[in-house]
Design a protein around this ligand. Structure first.
Ligand code: AMP
Length: 559
């Protein structure tokens, strides 16, 4: 790998476990084990006296120091009220996530003897605009050049599709991770991977199965000891039960029953949890995933996709055998368990590899054609319109192949088109004729991104100074909805030039890019003047707090 073709690493920043991968010299995606020789690392951060510990040791420390340990921080991404206090310092979810990323990168650097600077980070398809921005910020705080935020199921589909590029098929990716459930329909073609529809639940994952076991353990403890005390109020007991519950759950993926013990306040009880009971106390959780899947299939029908060919299971929690059984019963297809823990990081690495090869091609072809090419997709369009000859393209591809050591077919394969949809609708607050506030959706969920939408506003008074736009996100597919059905994610303030008349048209352009990030520009139409737009998002770390987090992270070695 030379300097010109910089390696881009793929990172699965999971709710419960994280991992990092790269594409080796043979074009194969491989996971990089961490310093503890584990291929996946618990996404747990322990704020020790004067150092920060991430991973297995942090997870183990949660028993002894429950108040100093942060787990499941991904569930708080883009959540303005989440603040973790340590030594009177405040830490937001983005910064804590940055420490997880730093640990992965540090260990990978040690393993490969190569700097990790450019990365692709994954996030649940279900993440909205702010959560995606928060994920990107976490990468920036960790000191990375974040090349792309890609959806976890899309990454898994890329890893899956990369194994067999000849068979065109429609695949459902059923992704049950530690904290999120995503269900995604993907059309895999020879030259493209296209997301058709996505659905799921931000707050449904393996952890909820653990919580049910914890609740069961508490109930048995209370029955056997005769106490009505809520033993989970004791943080030590709570942590202990969480860890035992997860262990029990994993054992039940292998065996029909498992012994569990609960110790609290000097009393200890033993019990046995069998698979049947486990299934009974978690049945509604599994049913919710089936309902979300059916809902998504209905939506896919409206896009012309009436059937699918395969279901692949990713995410560690799909190892529970009754997940496979229930899906088979409902949809009459045998789901394939596909590399549940590693597919996402590997897919992100393949996507990163594609980006780095694309960089090489774009740079050469821009030089050859004297045209500034921005996106790889433009190249095929240029070949089609004969702006670019096939020979020039082949020559450039050969040069990239020679420089990187990859084969010509793999350089051509890196032209793979990846198309995504937005998982949420977004719109603005508007006034009805009766002057009631409603949300007018500008982009509906499951629309292919990137997408550009324009809307014209009119000044309401002479010499209006500003226009305030409230940007709302929701999960409905209707154009007009009530305010209560959406959440405000940002405000944009347009600072207008002086002395504008009343009723002057101002055109606002909303661009939702392929990563699901929103960009807003505004134009005063009569004189074609660009208008300054200030976007404010309290939900995502920014300004001074961001700078402080970056500085803190820069000087930090995580253990
Ligand atoms: P992921 O976010 O994809 O890494 O998935 C993590 C989730 O998978 C956690 O809730 C784990 O407890 C769960 N998990 C991992 N291995 C197993 C297993 N063998 N059986 C059941 N759940 C598992």
């Amino acid at each position: 790998m030379t300097d010109q073709s910089k390696r881009i690493f793929g990172i699965d920043l999971g709710t419960t476990y994280s991992s990092i991968a790269y594409v080796d010299e043979f074009g194969k995606a491989v996971i990089i084990p961490n310093a503890e020789n584990e291929r996946v690392m618990p996404s747990v951060v322990f704020f020790d006296e004067d150092s920060i510990v991430v991973g297995d040791v942090a997870k183990e420390s949660s028993k002894l120091y429950p108040n100093e340990v942060v787990s499941f921080v991904k569930r708080s991404m883009g959540e303005p009220n989440f603040i973790f206090l340590h030594n009177s310092e405040e830490y937001r979810a983005e910064e804590i996530s940055a420490y997880i990323l730093k640990k992965l990168a540090q260990d990978a650097e040690q393993y490969l003897g190569e700097k990790v600077s450019d990365v692709v980070i994954t996030c649940p398809a279900y993440f909205g605009i702010n959560e995606r921005e928060a994920t990107r910020k976490a990468g920036e705080i960790a000191g990375f050049n974040v090349r792309h935020i890609i959806n976890e199921p899309t990454a898994a589909a890329i890893a899956y599709g990369a194994m067999d590029t000849q068979n065109e098929r429609v695949v459902l990716v059923y992704d049950l991770g530690g904290g999120t459930f995503d269900i995604t329909m993907i059309d895999i073609r020879k030259d493209s991977v296209e997301v058709i529809c996505t659905g799921g639940d931000h707050n449904l994952g393996g952890k909820d199965w653990d919580d049910r076991i914890v609740a069961y353990m508490v109930e048995v403890f209370q029955n056997e000891t005769g106490t009505d005390e809520d033993i989970l109020d004791d943080p030590d007991t709570w942590q202990d039960l969480q860890l035992s519950a997860e262990k029990a759950k994993k054992i039940l993926s292998q065996r029909p029953k498992t012994p569990i013990s609960v110790t609290h306040g000097g009393e200890r009880i033993k019990m046995t949890l069998d698979l049947e009971k486990f299934q009974e106390i978690t049945e509604d959780l599994l049913e919710r995933t089936i309902e979300f899947t059916k809902e998504m299939l209905e939506e896919a029908k409206s896009k012309g996709y009436k059937t699918f060919d395969e279901i692949i299971l990713v995410g560690g929690a799909t190892r529970m055998p009754h997940v496979t059984a229930r899906i088979q019963e409902e949809f009459s297809v045998t789901p394939k368990i596909f590399d549940p823990d590693e597919a996402v990081a590997k897919g992100a690495a393949i996507f990163g590899w594609k980006l780095s090869l694309n960089d090489g091609l774009i740079e050469r072809l821009s030089r050859k054609t004297n045209k500034p090419i921005q996106q790889i997709d433009e190249i095929s369009e240029m070949i089609e319109s004969r702006e670019l000859s096939s020979k020039d393209f082949k020559d450039a591809a050969q040069e990239v192949a020679d420089e990187t050591g990859y084969t010509l077919p793999s350089i051509e394969r890196s032209m793979l088109k990846v198309k995504n949809v937005t998982s949420k609708s977004f719109g603005i607050v508007a006034h009805t004729a009766k002057d009631q506030e409603i949300v007018f959706n500008i982009v509906l969920r499951n629309t292919t991104v990137p997408i550009i939408r324009k809307k014209t506003f009119y000044t309401a008074v002479v010499d209006q100074k500003t226009v305030l736009i409230r940007i709302m996100e929701s999960e409905t597919s209707q154009v007009e909805i009530q305010l209560a059905q959406a959440v405000e994610i940002k405000t944009a303030v347009l600072n207008l030039p002086p002395n504008l008349p009343v009723d002057l048209p101002i055109e606002i352009t909303f661009v939702l890019n392929e990563e699901g990030r929103l960009h807003i520009t505004a134009l005063e139409k009569t004189e074609s003047r660009q208008i300054d737009v200030m976007v404010d998002t309290a939900s995502v770390i920014q300004g001074e707090a961001l700078e402080k987090a970056k500085e803190r992270s820069q000087n930090l070695v995580v253990h």
